[in-house]
Design a protein around this ligand. Structure first.
Ligand code: MG
Ligand code: MG
Length: 260
């Protein structure tokens, strides 16, 4: 199913997008050395409830996971990259942490992910990898406009990731979003320009370039959810929800306020 939102619906989706971004920024600020992933999950739960929103994750039970996710945010450390199940782990200086959050409010979902380094260390390879996924996300957003096709976005993302030297996995990528978190069309992180669904104003997309430093192969953790790099290398992931407008695209998941 592909949804096209009317202006009233789009206004609601923007509200959800700002909420997701604000929660992510607050959690990033609290992801200091010594913080526990389970604390981040509890804080996410509290902020979602306080906003009168609903978690898209807690009851999520897709074919590739093991039972309902049961948590409120994905927390992926170092070699973990997607669907990171929060666990009893205390963050250390130099850890590469990815937070991925999707919530729904007043009927519309938004989805965003950020990767960053915990503490004062700045491991150069990790910083470069995070930067590559952020630049790829920017390139994908720049390619998103009415009349362009999904393949144009995939090509823009894949070109940045490929030129930066990262292998690209196409099992998981971006997606349509709207009244539910995951919708058509699927947006692979590499592809051929001019192919696929033609973009229209009112379409919401979640673009999400992610990479692993030296492999495209994933392995599933014993927890049944967390996907890790097959080689144990580090990973990075950047995601925004965007709306196709009359002349381009608008990012819905930008923070709106300062965060404690
Ligand atoms: Mg996400
Ligand atoms: Mg997503």
């Amino acid at each position: 199913m592909i949804e096209i939102l009317n202006p009233t619906e789009l206004a609601r989706a923007k509200e959800t997008g700002a909420l997701v971004a604000d929660i992510l920024q607050t959690l990033k600020n609290r992801s200091t050395v010594g913080a526990n992933l389970l604390d981040l999950d509890r804080w996410a739960q509290a902020m979602i409830a306080e906003a009168g929103a609903q978690s898209c994750y807690v009851d999520y039970e897709p074919s590739f996971g093991r039972g309902p996710f049961g948590h409120y945010i994905c927390t992926a450390v170092n070699d973990a990259v997607l669907h990171g199940l929060p666990r009893d782990y205390t963050l250390a200086d130099g850890d590469l942490l990815t937070l991925d959050l999707a919530v729904s409010k007043r009927g519309f979902a938004a989805d965003s992910a950020i990767s960053f380094i915990v503490g004062d260390s700045k491991p150069p390879g990790s910083v470069a990898m995070i930067s590559a996924t952020e630049r790829a996300l920017g390139a994908g957003i720049a390619a998103a406009r009415p009349g362009a096709r999904i393949g144009d976005i995939s090509h823009a993302i894949g070109s940045v990731l490929g030129e930066a030297g990262y292998p690209i996995n196409t099992e998981f990528g971006g997606h349509g979003i709207g009244s539910t978190m995951h919708q058509d069309p699927h947006i692979p992180n590499t592809g051929r320009p001019g192919r696929g669904y033609k973009l229209r104003p009112g379409l919401l997309l979640a673009l999400e370039p992610w990479v692993m430093a030296d492999t495209a192969e994933l392995i599933t953790d014993a927890d049944g959810w967390t996907l890790r790099s097959a080689t144990g290398c580090r990973t990075a992931h950047s995601e925004h929800t965007i709306a196709i407008t009359n002349d381009g695209a608008e990012i819905l998941t930008l923070p709106t306020r300062t965060h404690a």
